[in-house]
Design a protein around this ligand. Structure first.
Ligand SMILES: [Zn+2]
Length: 256
């Protein structure tokens, strides 16, 4: 059969099959994923009894959101092979410990509502070309006295994101929900290039919206970050869910 005819045939048969299935389909009778799988199996000429792993994965990806969570500074650095714990307090408490504790709770919160979560290290090789509904990297700020105003959190998306609307919406959701959960204030003055041009933004797939959050300053906000990590984590996971579920969020002023 000429190729054109073959494809035309497939289209006609698929349409007929679709019409039949959707007429006969009642929600209890068939899983819609199975229906789509069977139609495509049929159209591309594979044996439906064998299943189609690629397709199963694809349909799952559409239905179940996938989120990447980075505990800032976790894992070895690629240049030295050593772990850089980030900010270090005088008594030995590290930013890495704080970030990991928060990231663990964020993962728990998201998995509890059936989000697929990838827990990633700071320089994880899986970040190369990483595709997901969203990615959030969790950090916290300096552990020495700067001034009395060095309290609060910051969120930044990539300045040059290829999906600026999505990245902006994600940042809006995280800021809105983080502030509600923690009562911390956005610390506008200290957003650096390390945030706006955070290295991970340039490693992941350019269609994956991403933000980095500095959850607070380890000096003035230490008590809150160490004693109430559940509130910190709730702010982040609620922000992610706000983005995934397209919930309303409102932030005054410009978002970086
Ligand atoms: Zn950090």
């Amino acid at each position: 059969m000429p190729e054109a005819m073959r494809y035309l045939g497939i289209t006609v048969i698929t349409s007929a099959l679709l019409a039949t299935l959707f007429t006969a389909w009642s929600p209890a009778s068939l899983d819609p994923r199975e229906v789509v799988g069977r139609i495509l199996d049929f159209a591309i000429g594979t044996d439906p009894t064998e299943g189609a792993p690629g397709l199963a994965e694809a349909t799952q990806e559409i239905r179940i959101p996938r989120v990447g969570i980075i505990a800032g500074h976790s894992g070895p650095r690629p240049d030295s092979g050593l772990v850089d714990p980030g900010a270090i307090c005088d008594d030995g408490l590290t930013e890495l410990e704080i970030n990991q504790a928060i990231a663990d709770l964020v993962v728990q919160n998201l998995e509890a509502v059936d989000v697929i979560v990838d827990r990633l290290d700071e320089f994880d090789t899986d970040l190369d070309g990483y595709r997901a509904s969203t990615l959030v990297s969790i950090h916290s700020d300096a552990c020495f006295y700067i001034n009395d105003q060095a309290t609060g959190y910051k969120v930044s998306r990539a300045v040059d994101s290829a999906v600026p609307d999505l990245a902006r919406r994600l940042a809006t959701c995280v800021i809105d929900r983080y502030e509600r959960a923690t009562n911390l204030r956005f610390h506008r003055g200290s957003i650096t290039q390390d945030m706006t041009q955070y290295h991970t933004f340039y490693e992941i797939h350019n269609q994956t919206p991403a933000v980095i959050i500095e959850t607070g300053f380890l000096y003035l906000d230490r008590e809150f970050l160490t004693r109430e990590p559940e509130k910190v984590a709730k702010g982040i996971s609620d922000g992610i869910l706000c983005f995934l579920n397209n919930e309303p969020a409102n932030v005054l002023g410009e978002i970086q």
